[in-house]
Design a binder for this molecule. Structure first.
Ligand SMILES: Nc1nc2c(ncn2[C@@H]2O[C@H](COP(=O)(O)OP(=O)(O)OP(=O)(O)O)[C@@H](O)[C@H]2O)c(=O)[nH]1
Ligand SMILES: [Zn+2]
Length: 217
């Protein structure tokens, strides 16, 4: 079975990250809190360039607050899958589908630096090994807390599960609302974007895929 072949409901012609890169994103050379002063200076400049008075009382601490907030929104850069899994991979003779659904997700659109959020559902067919259940949500956190596009986020989650437990198949469905489409631009308040990645039996076997999708309803 070729888990490397991917089926995705949206076509992506410009995938830049190799799987290895997905799991081993280079860390910033400094501990993240040491980035606060420079990030705060950048935010001070942004506020100033918006025509605001950076010395007025309400804005005095804003650059530093914004820097800390952005570091939180992107804390996934500081984590690796190996760390968050913490060896919570268990030998288990269970070969029926495992689904963790409606995992909340908050991310930052890499095109506009505004949030997108929604929910992630993950299913897999174990192959002698299962993941600690919370670890599925932790994998979602690692990849969503970065500058992202929804399609890449979806693939990275699926690939990480393949790498971790080599299951017979994985399906990931992400439903997202993008503030760049709500609060600006086309301003479509109710639009939602659904992306999916199906690997292994979820890709090759229609009944497996249908079972997964029907259990998500
Ligand atoms: N495929 C994909 N596109 C995204 C995502 N987030 C934002 N975008 C899109 O990125 C595109 C950027 O298009 P540009 O024309 O360069 O930027 P823009 O002028 O701000 O585009 P508009 O949003 O149409 O006003 C827009 O179509 C966004 O909707 C995402 O997660 N996936
Ligand atoms: Zn955007």
């Amino acid at each position: 079975m070729d888990l490397g072949r991917r089926r995705s409901s949206t076509s992506i012609g410009h995938e830049k990250c190799s799987f290895h890169h997905d799991l081993e994103l280079e860390h910033s050379p400094l501990p993240r809190e040491e980035l606060i002063p420079e990030l705060a200076a950048s935010y001070r400049s942004v506020i100033h360039n918006l025509g605001e008075d950076v010395t007025r009382q309400g804005l005095l601490k804003t650059p530093e607050r914004a820097a800390k907030a952005m570091l939180f929104f992107t804390k996934g850069y500081d984590q690796t899958i190996q760390e968050v899994l913490n060896d919570a991979i268990f030998d288990e003779d269970h070969d029926d589908m495992v689904i963790v659904k409606d995992i909340e997700m908050f991310s930052i659109c890499e095109h506009h630096l505004v949030p997108f959020w929604g929910k992630v559902s993950v299913g897999y067919l174990p192959n002698k090994r299962v993941l600690g259940l919370s670890k599925v949500a932790r994998i979602v956190e690692v990849f969503s807390r970065r500058l992202q596009v929804q399609e890449r986020l979806t693939k990275q989650i699926a690939n990480a599960i393949v790498e971790a437990i080599k299951p017979a198949g994985v399906g990931v469905v992400v439903e997202g609302t993008h503030m760049c489409m709500v609060m600006r631009g086309i301003q479509k308040v109710n639009s939602k974007t659904t992306t999916s990645t199906m690997l292994g039996e979820f890709r090759n076997d229609q009944r497996t895929r249908e079972e997964f999708l029907s259990l998500l309803k």
